[in-house]
Design a protein. Sequence first.
Length: 463
Amino acid sequence: MSSEKKKLRFAPSPTGALHIGGARTALYNWLLARGSGGSLVLRIEDTDRERSTGENVEQILDALRWLELDWDEGPLSQHERADRHGERLRELLDADKAYHSLATAETVKAQKAQSNLGFRGEPVAPGTEGAAVRLRVPEGTTIVHDEIRGDISFDNSVHDDPVIARGDGSVLYNFAVAIDDLDMGITDVVRGDDHLSNTPKQVIVMEQLGETPPRYAHLPLLHGPDGKKLSKRHGAASVQELASAGYLPAAVRNYLALLGWGAADDQTLLSTDELVRQFSIERVGRSSAIFDEKKLRWINGRYMRELPLEEYERRFAEQLSRADPAAAEAFAAGDAERRRAALQIAQEKAQTLDDVWPLVRFLFEDPPNDEKAWRKVMKDGTRPLLEDAAAALREADPFEPASIEASLAPILAARGVKPGQLYQPIRVAISGGAVSPGIFESLAVLGRDSAVSRIDRAVTRLR
């Protein structure tokens, strides 16, 4: 695409939540608009009145706000532009480039069964009850100039004259999209390649009106790791699900940008400013990109570790309040020093905000025992190790990670055991499970009294 200022649009249909593929499309349009010093229009394509709802519109807007993708115009409703669509429809009818038709789906099917050519209908008089409006497809070839796939030619002779308005005068999607793109001065249309079959119809509408179509770029669809079209079976399928799972918007933007596009130096972690500077359609590939939530988790974990502690705590507290109000109260009840210390030791391990509370819960309330972890770790001979640990921790001074490690280390040699044989039982005793932040840091944040008390309780259970 050229380096001129671009005017792009993100035009979702409000028939459901904003899915991952739609979010990537929104991001690519936003990056191109911001990178070129241009603008982005948010247009709600709601000509399907039965499936379009105000609730779905709000879901889309909330998802874009969460992704921190802003827009310069809109949100504009396609449905509310019906008068303008009608004006341009009359232009085509007056120029005999569209006509009224009573042809039914059965009529079209019957004619096509006798020929490989596209359907051409018999015009009826304007005002005929129930007559739809069909666009006259001209002879020759329609060429779509695609910035990713190159020029794509469509043989007009095999394409039906498409219906562009219903019998009640309301226009159909492909006509409305073409008119809106023209009226809004859209220079570049970037969308999924599931729209590729619609593009020649929209181009013909524009050309029949004597207008020049925008540039097009059709993005390959996203697939799951199994190579099949992305769906819920591959994990989070919508932006709302990513937000609910505790991902960070900046990390999601970074990962979505990499789904089909790559930086010139193959860099994986890029700030939003870097994405704006570097992104171009020329580096978008033609093959389907693979959405792998494991890689997203890894990228998100890197972003989590870079967050300033104050912001980390704010984001975590907000997430916990939404997911588990009772847990949020328990966290808030802890003193400020303990909250900060808990989050510091979780920051190196957690990959999403949702990972944090299971890691630090034992620091704020008595944890439930993970019986599976208990049976796996608490073997014969564990009780003397825990008794030694409790005695060592009573004497550790100061009660800090380095001195705690120094106090426990002699037990390994004295008892002839490996670190895991000592430290895993301590972990289960104090946290209730087999996973926690670093054991020495966890003991230090928990505090001497609570740590020793929980270990003593485990010893009692083992008798």
